[in-house]
Design a protein around this ligand. Structure first.
Ligand code: HEC
Length: 271
C-alpha cells in the first residue's frame, strides 16, 4: 500500500513539475511588445504624434467608403431649398421621392424588403405596419401606423378598436402638420431608418443602405396593399409630394395633401 502511495505521489510531483516548467513558455508576447496605441505620443516622429496624419492629397478609394451617391446613402436632396417650416413644400423637398437609380425595384427587391422588415421593424410596427408590434403591445411607445387603421385590442389605458395615429411625427416636428405617412417622400422613410426618430433608434449599423431602400419599398407596398385610402392617394399622386392645401392669404398654411407634381418639375431637377 505504502509503496503504491509513494509511486503515486512521485507521478503527481513529476506531472506538476512538467506543467510548471511548460507554463513558463506562456508569454503574451503580442500584448506586451512595443507598439503605438491610437492617439498616443511617440518620440520617434518629429511632431511627437503616434497616429500618423494622411499625406496631403490622399484620396479615399472605394465606392462604399466615399458614399458619393447622396440619394442612395442619405435619401436627402442635395442643394434643396432652405428648410422653412412656414413653407411646407420646402420640408418635403429635402427628401428624394424616388428610389436611387442604382437599385432595381423588382419582385426580388420587395421580397428582400419584406424579409428585412419582418426582422427589424415588425417587432414594433407590426407585420402589416399597423403600429401594433409585440414590443408595443408590451408597453413601448406606439409609433404612428403606416396607413389608416384601427387597433383591435388596445393595451392598458387604451380602448379597443381605436383609430391609430398615422401622421408623420417627424414632419410635424419640422413644423408641417398633418402629413400622413403614405405621403411622406420615400427618402424621408429611408432617413428615419438611417438616423432614427424620437424613441426609435438608428438602424444604419445593422441594415445596409440597399436593404434600407428595400424596406422602404416594402413599407410602400404595405401602405398600398393594406388601405384603400392610402392606395388611392398613392395612385393619384404617383409621387407623394407634400404641398399646401387651400392656402389662406397672409397665414402660413401647414395642412398638406398629396400633390400630383411630377418629380421632373422639381426646381432642383432631381429625380
Ligand atoms: C423598437 C421599436 C421600433 C423598431 C424596431 C422600429 N421602429 Fe420605427 N418607430 C418606432 C417608434 C416608437 C416611432 C415613433 C417615435 C416617436 O414618436 O418618438 C417610430 C417611428 C417610425 C416612423 C415614422 C416617423 C415619423 O415621422 O413619424 C417610420 C417611417 C418608421 N418608424 C419606420 C421604421 C422602419 C422602416 C423600421 C425597421 C427598419 C423601424 N421603424 C423599426 C419604433 C420602432
Amino acid at each position: 500500500m505504502n509503496c503504491r502511495n509513494t509511486n503515486m505521489s512521485r507521478i503527481w510531483l513529476a506531472t506538476c513539475l512538467f506543467a510548471a516548467l511548460s507554463m513558463t513558455g506562456c508569454w503574451q508576447k503580442m500584448a506586451v511588445q512595443p507598439k503605438v496605441k491610437a492617439q498616443q505620443g511617440n518620440s520617434f516622429f518629429a511632431d511627437g504624434r503616434g497616429s500618423r496624419p494622411f499625406e496631403i492629397g490622399v484620396v479615399a478609394q472605394g465606392e462604399d467608403f466615399l458614399q458619393e451617391d447622396g440619394h442612395l446613402y442619405t435619401g436627402k436632396v442635395e442643394g434643396a431649398p432652405t428648410l422653412d417650416s412656414t413653407k411646407p413644400e420646402t420640408v418635403a423637398a429635402q427628401y428624394h421621392d424616388t428610389f436611387p437609380a442604382k437599385l432595381t425595384i423588382d419582385e426580388g427587391f420587395l421580397k428582400r424588403g419584406q424579409e428585412r422588415y419582418n426582422i427589424y421593424c415588425a417587432v414594433c410596427h407590426g407585420q402589416t405596419g399597423n403600429a401594433d408590434g409585440t414590443i408595443v403591445q408590451r408597453g413601448f411607445l406606439r409609433p404612428p401606423a403606416f396607413y389608416p387603421t384601427t387597433i383591435a385590442k388596445g393595451r392598458d389605458g387604451e380602448p379597443n378598436g381605436f383609430a391609430a395615429e398615422h401622421n408623420s411625427r417627424g414632419m410635424n416636428y419640422l413644423g408641417v402638420k398633418g402629413v400622413p405617412l403614405w405621403k411622406v417622400p420615400v427618402g424621408y422613410i429611408y432617413s428615419v431608418i438611417t438616423n432614427g426618430y424620437g424613441a426609435m433608434g438608428s438602424y444604419s449599423a445593422q441594415i445596409t443602405p440597399a436593404d434600407r431602400w428595400a424596406i422602404v419599398a416594402y413599407v410602400r407596398a404595405l401602405q398600398y396593399s393594406q388601405s384603400d385610402k392610402a392606395r388611392s392617394d398613392l395612385d393619384a399622386a404617383k409621387v407623394a409630394v407634400a404641398s399646401p392645401e387651400k392656402p389662406e392669404s397672409g397665414k402660413p398654411n401647414t395642412e398638406l395633401t398629396a400633390s400630383t407634381t411630377p418629380v421632373s418639375a422639381r426646381k432642383d431637377g432631381s429625380k
